[in-house]
Design a binder for this molecule. Structure first.
Ligand code: SF4
Length: 387
């Protein structure tokens, strides 16, 4: 009997297919994008994604409590009234036992759980919480759990979700109220979304002795005229004020049977440049005003933003590698946190006077940075044959 129920549940999972393909969840979102594909037949393994999680690479069950939704976000495959979407719903016990079966069989070691909204956000979040509670407290699972937060839930629900999960997502989708109204007319930007991220930070601050989930968000890029300046300004605020672990950028891709089906897709390179810029804000402590925006508020897509900045600021004022502070070293294209630390250690031991010395301490393409640096007071010659 139990075996039949499990088998029916796995069949339901396979009917959902690759339901969260529009929603990156790991630390390598562009690799996740590469596995997105269209096909008619699914099995439950389509719900299993290999993700870079904060606990390392894991096969994660990426699924939803329900693919039904009462909201009507214009870009979304699950929006209310879209006839082509197959609606599949799980109860918490059902979802928890499907996870248990897959975990015991060694197929998954992690859960990403999202949902469409039915009977309001509060009721929907209760089902997500109940599922995670069964998995943690009845089934005793201690591994990776990532929970989606429904818009506008109660403070205590958010706190409980953060106790159960390693990571929570509150997807803003857009960088401003006006852009969100154009994308998702029933979502309320500040009260339903931004406030969730502010509360999450407040909860972490108020309960510093507890192990609580980190927060992430996602933007849908390019459907409603949003600019890179808007997206990165909001990202910068979220990193500094709401202490987000990361921001995802998802290039808009039109879904047939939605109001946006006729809009052009956003180029993947724009998404890539946003990620590069976002890391400059989060990991390199750049100010958003320093990013090389064009007059229309977007970044060039044909050049790495760090290189575009260096072409303006470093060509005539190269950085002295033997003396620069770590923060200045990080301004040089090709020098990241690991290379900056390697330079600081190496120059304590002796002089770095040639590009080959940078190569010897692990910098892979020193010739590419030659025009932006000085080594012992002189611009290094680009001896390409050495590399
Ligand atoms: S609330 Fe979520 S699932 Fe529902 S239509 Fe909007 S984006 Fe899609």
């Amino acid at each position: 009997m139990a075996g039949r129920l499990v088998s029916e549940t796995l069949t339901k999972l396979s009917q959902m297919g690759d339901v969260t393909l529009h929603e990156p969840a790991g630390d390598s979102p562009q690799a996740e994008r590469a596995r997105r594909r269209r096909k008619q037949e699914f099995n439950f393994s389509d719900c299993i994604a290999s993700l870079q999680t904060p606990r390392g690479p894991k096969p994660v069950l990426k699924t939803m409590m329900t693919t039904a939704c009462e909201r009507n976000c214009h870009y979304c495959v699950f929006r209310a009234g879209r006839a082509k979407t197959k609606r599949v719903t799980f109860q918490p016990d059902e979802m928890a036992s499907a996870f248990d079966t897959l975990e015991n069989a060694g197929k998954v070691d992690g859960l990403f759980l999202s949902s469409g909204i039915i009977k309001g956000s509060v009721t929907t979040q209760d089902k997500i919480i109940d599922t995670a509670d069964i998995i943690r407290n009845r089934q005793g699972y201690r591994g990776y759990i990532h929970l989606k937060i429904m818009p506008g839930i109660e403070y205590d629900q958010l706190y409980r979700s953060m106790q159960l999960a390693d990571r929570i997502s509150v997807n803003l989708e857009a960088p401003t109220t006006a852009r969100l109204t154009a994308l998702a007319p029933k979502k309320i930007f500040v009260e339903e979304l931004v406030q969730m991220l502010q509360w999450a930070q407040q909860i972490r601050h108020n309960h510093q002795n507890q192990r609580l989930a980190s927060s992430v968000t996602q933007f849908v890029v390019g459907a409603v005229g949003d600019t890179d300046l808007e997206l990165l300004s909001m990202s910068d605020k979220l990193y500094s004020q709401a202490k987000l672990a990361r921001v995802y950028y998802s290039a808009f891709s039109p879904v047939p049977g939605t109001p946006f089906e006729g809009l052009p897709p956003t180029e993947a390179i724009r998404e890539f440049r946003l990620y590069q810029s976002s890391f400059l804000l989060r990991d390199y402590r750049w100010d958003v005003e320093e990013l090389p925006f064009l007059r229309d508020g977007n970044l060039r897509t044909d050049v790495d933003p760090k290189q575009a900045w260096a072409d303006v600021h470093l060509l005539h004022q190269p950085i002295e590698i033997m003396q620069a502070e770590r923060e200045r070293l990080l301004r040089v294209p090709g020098i990241g946190p690991i290379s900056a630390d390697a330079i600081i250690r190496a120059r304590r031991r002796g002089s770095l006077s040639e590009l080959i010395h940078l190569k010897q301490i692990g910098i892979r393409t020193p010739h590419k940075m030659a025009k932006y640096i000085l080594l012992n007071g002189r611009q290094p010659t680009r001896q390409l044959n050495l590399f």
